[in-house]
Design a protein around this ligand. Structure first.
Ligand code: FES
Length: 64
């Protein structure tokens, strides 16, 4: 991993936005998904596309 700034923004009642040039997310089965620029990780556990946010937080009572 190269040295660069990674910005993580935790959004109230929603996802955590990660911003970096290249984001590599290793999934539980070992596969790696690469995102360029930004990724949104689910914090409410309702997403059908874990670990990524799919907007389902808008339909639940998640408030953290
Ligand atoms: S935070 Fe968006 S679906 Fe969970």
């Amino acid at each position: 991993m190269s040295e660069s700034t990674v910005r993580i923004t935790v959004n109230k009642g929603a996802s955590a936005k990660i911003e970096a040039d290249i984001i590599e997310v290793t999934l539980p089965d070992g596969t790696v998904e690469q995102k360029n620029g930004k990724a949104f990780l689910c914090r409410c556990s309702e997403s059908k596309n874990q670990p990524f946010c799919d907007g389902s937080h808008k339909e639940c009572e998640f408030d953290a």
